[in-house]
Design a binder for this molecule. Structure first.
Ligand SMILES: [Zn+2]
Length: 370
């Protein structure tokens, strides 16, 4: 096991840090592009590096079903298989298994689900999730947790917290991979349940902690509040990861609250829908007003698409024709935007100017701060 994390600068609750894994270091706050089936859609690993990504996320559920974790192990592990030499975080597979609403059953042992590919029956347990992630060879493995849907009555959230705690202990005992396991704090929007969950998990002394269950439909203010209050409950010397969130504003607010790691499908998925992120807001390339617009997606953007001279007019045309080049060029821009946002936040924290950064972030978008 080769893993460490240190905080290099603090500015209010926000912090800049450095996370070291066997596959390289990650400057935090960091954004992890999502590589669902061992690929970040529409971009190559070389392009991810060019965009500034230092770590990617891969989905255990998908890789377990296809090609299978034993096959990945046989082929040299996930890093070699997907041609990505940097750090990889894998999720537990639970979130996807749970989302097979009609096809799943949850009990103390784990979650039983039917494959969306062929209908075959599977049982994912805290132990098997750890075994799969160990076989994949990820640098950070997430424990299996129970993430209750929203809205859920307090009683079910409380039960989910208790089960998540028991499963975290089983996961910690079971993990025998090359990386480290991270625990996941649950508790919905109930502050006392978040506190209870954090306290129990921190007592188990995990190398890192995630804030789970906050990307299932809460309003942005609730996400920011939960991220902030939960981050404050976690040990300062361990990385804090807000799972599955979100919009650029969500990232800024969570960083302000002391979160270090993020993942979200938004930059990649939205790019495929012609939805491009910029400092002044979103460019929806399907809008007719871009038909003859010779400007790049964003003036001054250094991404290969904008700096390379591709115009809004051309991107709109590609999107209308369903050309593969549209998601490719759009994804490059969106990932660049996200990675640059993180780099700008790191620099602001290191200079002690995060409050000013946050103010100008909202001013440029003509948007009041969250
Ligand atoms: Zn760009």
């Amino acid at each position: 096991m080769s893993f460490s994390f240190s905080v290099v600068a603090e500015d209010g609750a926000a912090r800049a840090g450095r996370m070291t894994t066997a596959h390289g270091t990650v400057d935090t706050p960091a954004f992890m592009p999502v590589g669902t089936a061992g690929a970040v859609k529409a971009v190559t690993p070389e392009e991810l590096v060019a965009c500034g990504a230092e770590i990617v996320l891969a989905n255990t559920y998908h890789l377990y079903l296809r090609p299978g974790h034993d096959t990945v192990r046989e082929l040299g592990g996930l890093h070699a298989f997907m041609h990505w030499t940097g750090p990889i975080l894998t999720d537990s597979g639970g979130f996807q298994a749970f989302s097979m609403e009609a096809l799943r059953r949850l009990d103390e042992e784990g979650v039983r689900f039917k494959s969306h590919l062929d209908g075959s029956l599977h049982l994912l347990t805290p132990e098997s999730s750890m075994e799969i992630q160990a076989a994949l060879g990820s640098d950070i493995a997430m424990v299996l947790d129970e993430c209750p849907p929203l809205p859920s009555p307090r009683e079910s959230v409380e039960q989910a917290v208790e089960r998540t705690t028991r499963w975290a202990e089983r996961s910690r005992q079971a993990y025998a991979g090359p990386g480290v396991p991270f625990a996941i704090v649950q508790g919905g929007t109930f502050e006392d349940l978040r506190a209870r969950s954090a306290e129990a998990l921190v007592a188990m002394d995990f190398p890192g902690y995630a804030i789970g269950g906050v990307s299932v439909g809460e309003p942005p203010q609730a996400i920011a509040a939960v991220a902030r209050s939960t981050a404050a409950l976690l040990p300062a010397g361990r990385p804090r990861y807000l799972m599955g969130v979100g919009r650029p504003e969500d990232l800024v607010e969570a960083v302000a609250g002391g979160v270090d790691l993020f993942d979200c499908v938004m930059p990649t998925r939205n790019a495929r829908n012609g939805h491009y992120f910029t400092g002044t807001g979103v460019v929806r390339i399907r809008n007719a007003k871009y038909e003859k617009d010779l400007r790049p997606i964003e003036e001054g953007c250094g991404c290969p698409t904008c700096a390379g001279g591709y115009t809004r007019a051309y991107l709109r045309h590609l999107d209308r024709c369903n050309e593969m080049l549209a998601p490719m060029l759009g994804t490059l821009h969106n990932l660049w935007y996200y990675e640059k946002l993180m780099a700008d936040m790191r620099a602001a924290i290191e200079r002690g100017t995060f409050a000013a950064f946050r103010e100008s972030f909202y001013a440029a978008r003509s948007q009041p701060p969250a």
